[in-house]
Design a binder for this molecule. Structure first.
Ligand code: CUA
Length: 329
């Protein structure tokens, strides 16, 4: 487990140079086609421009060595016409026609390609975290989306507040999460691995700290992950039991759910298995140890603007809550 900052590796991951899913591969192919066509057109137009400028200098320099008869205007226009037609009509028409056909073809193959019975996951954008729900399994998690590898998975994208945008560049293109509507995106990952994404639409103060992690498992790994996540939180004992009491009495339960307890708030992330996650606080902290203590003590110092209120808890209560939350694997 590690927090996600803006390290070089993370930037490379977000840059997503190598496509790792079929939608990303489709977009990658189209991008290279556009790039090559654009480069060829630029070179051709640049060469024509350079040739034209060189000729003009030749004609107009007036020195004895280069003096030539000024060509008759009509003849010059006739000579230029094929160039105008080729460069001004044929080249753009051919280029745009190729781009149009290729783009329509890509758009068609990027349309939702999952079967009706494909795994469906609801992804809900919040300021500033991702709620992730598996309706069939009754599993709720946050900020990470676990999927089986090599299988198309349907994401239903919702927003709880403002417009966000889901973007995991190694797997697929961007799609917005818009309040009051549902957008569908089908993703697949070629092989098991972690694929880091970001919110790609400015959504407020902590927009930059809104990473989403897609974790692809082999089939057996995914099934066992889902099964573990469907379990209620374990019954705590000792300091952890006191931590649960402090959690419930301290008002945390008004916003957070922990299944198997009376905590059923819905404004913040579900914490049933929070200690099993890669990060909290928009990728800034780990969900255990001193990081977790720092977060509960003063969330606003870590993440200015965060909607979690400063808790009115004593350091001893915070320690017990940390001890409890660390058991939620
Ligand atoms: Cu959510 Cu930017």
């Amino acid at each position: 487990m590690r927090a996600i900052g803006w390290g070089t590796a993370d930037v490379a991951a977000v840059a997503g140079i190598e496509p790792r899913g079929s939608a990303a591969r489709e977009i990658d192919t189209l991008w290279w086609l556009l790039f090559v066509l654009g480069a060829v057109a630029l070179v051709l137009v640049g060469a024509a421009l350079a040739a034209g400028l060189a000729r003009r200098r030749d004609d107009g320099s007036g020195g004895p060595a280069t003096r030539r008869e000024q060509p008759d205007a009509q003849e010059s226009e006739r000579a230029a016409r094929p160039w105008l037609v080729a460069g001004g009509v044929v080249l753009p028409l051919v280029t745009i026609a190729i781009v149009l056909v290729a783009t329509i073809d890509s758009m068609r193959s990027l349309e939702a390609r999952a079967d009706a019975d494909a795994l469906t996951i609801d992804v809900i954008g919040h300021q500033w975290w991702w709620e992730v729900r598996y309706p069939d399994a009754g599993v709720v998690t946050a900020n990470e989306i676990h999927i089986p590898a090599a299988t198309p998975v349907r994401l239903r994208l919702h927003s709880a507040d403002v417009v966000h945008s889901f973007w995991v560049p190694e797997l697929a293109g961007k799609l917005d999460l818009i309040p009051e509507r549902v957008n569908e995106l089908v993703i697949d990952a070629d092989r098991p691995g972690e694929y880091l994404g970001r919110c790609a639409e400015f959504c407020g103060l902590q927009h930059a700290n809104m990473p989403v992690l897609v974790v692809a498992h082999d089939d057996a790994g995914f099934r066992s992950w889902l099964q573990e996540q469907a379990d209620a939180a374990p019954e705590p004992d000792g300091a952890a039991a006191e931590g649960l009491t402090a959690f419930l009495d301290g008002g945390c339960a008004a916003c957070h759910t922990i299944s198997g307890t009376s905590a059923d708030g819905e404004r913040g992330p579900d914490l049933t298995h929070v200690a099993s996650r890669a990060f909290i606080a928009g990728g800034l902290l780990e969900p255990v140890g001193p990081d977790l203590r720092t977060w509960i003590t003063d969330p606003h110092a870590v993440k200015p603007g965060v909607l979690m209120p400063d808790p009115e808890l004593t350091p001893a209560e915070i320690d017990r809550i940390v001890a409890y939350l660390e058991t939620l694997r």
